[in-house]
Ligand binder design. Structure first.
Ligand code: AQP
Length: 334
């Protein structure tokens, strides 16, 4: 098996990037650039599994790219491109559709969440999305995939598909079994309004999330309105487990301030949530508003952004075509 480590991860261009994407994925993407070769993809084909207005999709691809760059992903170190520009993703996805099993897809909880109560009305693309995700990763024979905890199940499926391909086509170790890299401190940032739901771009209320482009004023208002608790902050972490919104705020504070959860809880115990909120607002403004300003600055030069995507596509395509040539041979395609 190739021992070369390679990172692949993707983000959907479905709207403003938020604190969940930033802490759960982007910060990890940035730090991994120091250790390994990385490929970061704007997964527009995943986005269209739910209808997107074409003009908005085009805008969102560039917004997402600007978010990557503003967070610190360096196009000279990492390959950055949009998924639909490398056709190997869809070709391999078809091959993997024929390897993956219906029973495996039926277990995917994200489909159940996103399809809602009337599954008959969901697109077929939404159902087979995890096979495309497996293709994204395996096309480059990536070994490591930084994701938020919400994507863990899809990554396990990618491993199952890789394993079955290797068995079916008698090529032990051809596809590496990709490993998830999940942020230890905060793997799932929750909604500011409902601590049982993850922070998400598609949640209707903008007060449920901190967007990377939020102004200091918006951050102040959102944290002020964020659900917490009427009683002081408890000392005991088990007490906090019963208060998911409060727990979420403390975890966010701990992650951004780079202090352990236990240390933060010790410091905050017995204090009112307003104390935590004041401190949290301050570090959020310091961390997030420079990223937002940089996104806006980058968006002012769209041709520069398109050039980065073009260069990234060319680099990605070379690796994809090399691997696909072997994959086609293994499957028996002439
Ligand atoms: N709340 C979150 N906490 C931690 N990590 C998160 N990620 C997303 N939300 C959170 C991680 O960000 C990466 C990119 O996610 P995505 O935008 O491609 O897809 P998603 O998980 O479907 O994100 P959203 O915000 O919920 O988008 P919509 O609303 O459009 O479906 C992934 O690594 C993800 O784990």
């Amino acid at each position: 098996m190739s021992k070369k480590k390679l990172v692949f991860s993707g983000v959907q261009p479905t709207g403003n990037l938020h604190l969940g994407n930033y802490l759960g994925a982007l910060k990890n993407f940035v730090s991994l650039q120091k250790e390994m070769k990385c490929i970061y993809c704007i997964v527009d084909l995943h986005a269209i599994t739910i209808y997107q207005k074409p003009d908005e999709l085009r805008t969102n691809v560039l917004e997402t790219l600007a978010g990557f760059l503003a967070a610190g992903i360096d196009p000279d170190k990492s390959i950055i491109f949009n998924q639909s520009s490398v056709s190997g993703h869809t070709e391999l996805a078809w091959i993997l559709n024929c390897v993956s099993r219906m029973g495996w897809l039926n277990r995917m909880t994200q489909f159940k969440d996103k399809a809602g109560p009337d599954k008959e009305k969901a697109s077929v693309g939404l159902y087979i999305y995890p096979n495309l995700m497996a293709a994204d990763i395996l096309l480059y024979k990536a070994t490591h995939v930084p994701v938020g905890a919400d994507q863990k199940q899809h990554l396990e499926l990618s491993r199952d598909i890789a394993q079955k391909f290797n068995n079916d086509f008698n090529c032990k170790d051809f596809f590496p079994l990709p490993e998830p890299l999940i942020s230890k401190n905060i793997s799932r940032v929750m909604s500011l309004r409902d601590g049982t739901k993850k922070m998400s771009k598609s949640e209707e209320s903008d007060f449920s999330r901190i967007n990377l482009k939020d102004s200091a004023d918006q951050i102040i208002k959102k944290i002020k309105k964020a659900k917490s608790d009427s009683e002081p902050i408890p000392e005991n972490p088990q007490e906090l487990e019963k208060k998911p919104e409060a727990l979420n705020l403390i975890k966010i504070y701990s992650d951004i301030s780079k202090n352990s959860f236990d240390k933060v809880l010790k410091e905050m115990a017995g204090k009112e949530y307003s104390f935590l909120k004041t401190n949290l607002t301050e570090i959020l403004i310091n961390e997030i508003t420079p990223v937002g300003k940089e996104i806006n600055k980058l968006l002012a030069d769209k041709s520069h952004l398109k050039q980065i995507l073009k260069k990234g596509k060319e680099k990605a395509n070379i690796i994809a075509e090399e691997n696909l040539k072997i994959i086609r041979e293994k499957v028996g395609l002439i």
